[in-house]
Ligand binder design. Structure first.
Ligand code: ATP
Length: 367
């Protein structure tokens, strides 16, 4: 298998894609994937993730002027079999009447790798994906999770320079998806192979990506590490696609944001978020898990007050929706065990450091 040193970088330069029926799937796109990293392409259905992946694979070609580079090699015009890529698909795409071992060895057989070496590599790959002893099993006698492991082993069998994964876990149930995801994470890290992973699931993107590319309507909205994307979303689309975001409008006064039913603390006055916005209406954004719900009898001057309009018990956490006299209710999520019924008066605390962003109201309205 490839070691981290040999991993290849990938560059897309001005890669646009229009289909014959006139659909503009991708605007001209520049993207650099570092050697050995797992890059996740994330976004809603139809945003162009799969098209981007297929262009890297050599299953689709960019419009005139676009270039695809693997390291220093210009592979723009090369078909998939000349690019040295391994692919894993959502629907496994295995040969149903072949055994596990035959599926994994298929590519090696075509390339006339001697039988002894083939068998040895199949054993190693089976071990890598935790399917030892299943070489002779027919693939239609496997579970979904096992099939996806076979597909992964088959993709790695030819020692590709690049591993491409298109929604590989989508067909699995939630528990299994988490287990395979965790194994896949370890495997990708130990292989150090350059990998590109397409998903519309933000949890998967966070768990697997060294970096995430958030796409919207054929364009890149933001590229960053999972933490960068979550805590510093570039725009509203990214903020809402990755988790949920509260937005409240208030007036900056000293180190507080004044709202109809109370106020929120702001970061230090010197903080660029509020230094220039004294007396101005601004939108403040914060995540539901950073909102602390406080019983009304324990509320102090630092709290915001409101009425609980909905409570959802989700097992590992509870979600509260609180009407605070603003345009939209505030969402709070907590793993603590406090419980209040809808209709009750309640108080909230949002620590200053939880503010993700403040945007002048005027700017937002013009956007
Ligand atoms: N062969 C094709 N011919 C015409 N239009 C296409 C073709 N393939 C994709 N498209 C269109 O291009 C756009 C991007 O599709 P793409 O499959 O890349 O999106 P995606 O983000 O992967 O979506 P999904 O998660 O639903 O697979 C969509 O509007 C889609 O309908």
């Amino acid at each position: 298998m490839k070691s981290k040193k040999e991993a290849v970088s990938i560059r897309l330069h001005q890669c646009a894609k229009s289909f014959a029926n006139g659909t503009r799937a991708l605007q001209p796109l520049d993207l650099e994937i570092h050697p050995g990293e797992t890059l996740v392409l994330l976004g809603p259905s139809g945003c162009g993730k799969t098209t981007t992946l297929r262009m890297i694979a050599g299953l689709e070609f960019p419009d005139e002027g676009g270039r695809v580079l693997f390291g220093e090699d210009d592979v723009t015009a090369l078909p998939i079999e000349k690019r040295g890529v391994g692919m894993v698909f959502q629907n496994y795409a295995l040969f149903p009447n072949m055994s596990v071992g035959e599926n994994i060895a298929y590519g090696m057989k075509i390339r006339k790798i001697p039988a002894g070496e083939r068998a040895e590599r199949v054993e190693k790959l089976l071990e890598m994906v935790h399917l030892q002893g299943l070489s002779h099993r027919r693939v239609d006698q496997l579970s979904g999770g096992q099939k996806q492991r076979v597909a992964l082993a088959r993709a790695l069998a030819m020692e590709p320079r690049v591993l491409l994964l298109d929604e590989p876990l989508t067909a699995l149930d939630a528990k299994l998806r988490e287990a395979v995801r965790s194994d896949l994470n370890k495997l990708l890290r130990s292989l150090g192979i350059t990998a590109i992973y397409v998903t519309h699931d933000q949890g998967e993107a966070m768990a697997l990506g060294d970096r995430i590319v958030v796409m919207e309507r054929g364009k890149i909205s933001q590229i960053g590490t999972p933490r960068e994307i979550y805590y510093h979303p570039a725009n509203d689309f990214v903020a809402d696609f990755i988790g949920a975001m509260n937005r409240v409008q208030g007036i900056v006064s000293g180190d507080r944001l004044l709202l109809p039913n109370g106020s929120l603390p702001l970061p230090d006055a010197g903080n660029p978020m509020n230094a220039t916005q004294q007396g101005q209406p601004v939108w403040a954004m914060f995540r539901p898990e950073d909102v602390q719900v406080v019983d009304i009898t324990e509320a102090d001057a630092q709290c915001l007050r409101g009425k609980l309009i909905n409570t959802f018990f989700l097992g590992d956490r509870t979600r509260f929706e609180i009407e605070i006299g603003a345009e939209r209710p505030v969402i709070a999520e907590t793993s603590r065990r406090g419980w209040w019924e809808a209709g009750q008066q309640i108080a909230l605390r949002v620590p200053a450091e939880a503010l993700v962003k403040m945007v002048p109201a005027a700017e937002k309205e013009n956007a």
